[in-house]
Structure formats: structure tokens, C-alpha cells
Design a protein. Sequence first.
Lengths: 111, 114
Amino acid sequence: SQTIHQWPATLVQPVGSPLSLECTVEGTSNPNLYWYRQAAGRGLQLLFYSVGIGQISSEVPQNLSASRPQDRQFILSSKKLLLSDSGFYLCAWGPGPYEQYFGPGTRLTVT
Amino acid sequence: AQSVTQLDSQVPVFEEAPVELRCNYSSSVSVYLFWYVQYPNQGLQLLLKYLSGSTLVKGINGFEAEFNKSQTSFHLRKPSVHISDTAEYFCAVIVSGGYQKVTFGTGTKLQVIP
């Protein structure tokens, strides 16, 4: 069966510091991968998606970036965090565009 | 562009009572519709989905939803809720041919009262 991992589970970072969140999927190959952000009291916002290694599509212009160095690895990064980057970050995978399975999430607090 | 509206931000309901969580969407083309559940500090879990076929869709944990094209709705229902159903529920839509982009509603918090 397929499983999706995210780490760290929680993170507290000062403004201006870099960020790296990692997501890995097991038990499948060539999955579609997604990064979402969930701000307090709001719905989910799609940040990036990827249909293959090195293929990244950005939905929202911001100071975040994503990379997919391996088939089942998806990384969310920032060079300098802003207070507004605080939120719950969710990674998801899907065998196709119409089915997505979410990871446990990373709670990021920027201080 | 498509949009999703969840009309109720919070729904309190007594245990063993029925519940309906409302979802309306806006799109000029065909859509695929989903309901997800999120327990506190966890990721989202797919409850059910409508891609095609029967408009009444049954999902996990006794939930079901009905796709109504004329009313552009996809309401979620359960005939008898349990304490364990307390969670936040998200409606989501993908436009046919819209490939990867999922649009989520803002969520409805279901509070089951013992």
C-alpha cells in the first residue's frame, strides 16, 4: 500500500530564516505531487504541483519554491521566511489528477 | 474559474441526529466533486468523490453525497452522527480538463454534541 510522509511535524522559525519541508511517498511510482497551505480559519490553497521529476507548476507567486529531485520526493523551500508564511503545510500525492491523498502535515510558525 | 462555497462555517448537531453539510460550486464546464474530512492537526482524508455516473455517491464512515447539476450542489449527509464524526469537512472541485488544480471550500466544522 502507499504511504506518504512529511517532516518535520512542527517547526518554529524566525523571520528571515530559510525553510525546507520534505515529503516522500512510498509504494507507488510517478505520482502527481502537491503542496498546499492551510492558514488558520481558511481553506486549502494549492501552492505547487508536479507531474514528474523536475516538473514544477506554481499556482501562487510568493517567496516559496518547490523541487522534485527524485520521483517520490517533493521539497518546499524558502530563502527567507515571512510572518505570513505561518500555517499548516500539507503534501499530497495522486495516481492521477482526480484523486489525492494527503500527508499528516507540517505546522510552521514563523516568529 | 471555478469556485466552491460552503455555506456553514460551523454545524452543531446532537449525537445520533442526521446532518447535512452544504456545498455549492460555480463552474461553466463539467466538474468532479469531492468531500474530505480533517481531524485536528492531521491531514485530509478523502470521504467520497463524484466523477461520473450515479449522482448519489456513498463514501466511508456512513457518509453520502448527492450531485445536483441544476442546483450546482454537492451536499454531504449522514443519517446518524457519532462523536467521532467531530471534524472539519471540506468540499472540493476539479474542472473537467482542469488537470491538476483542485479548488477547496473554506470548510465546515461539524461539532457532535453528546
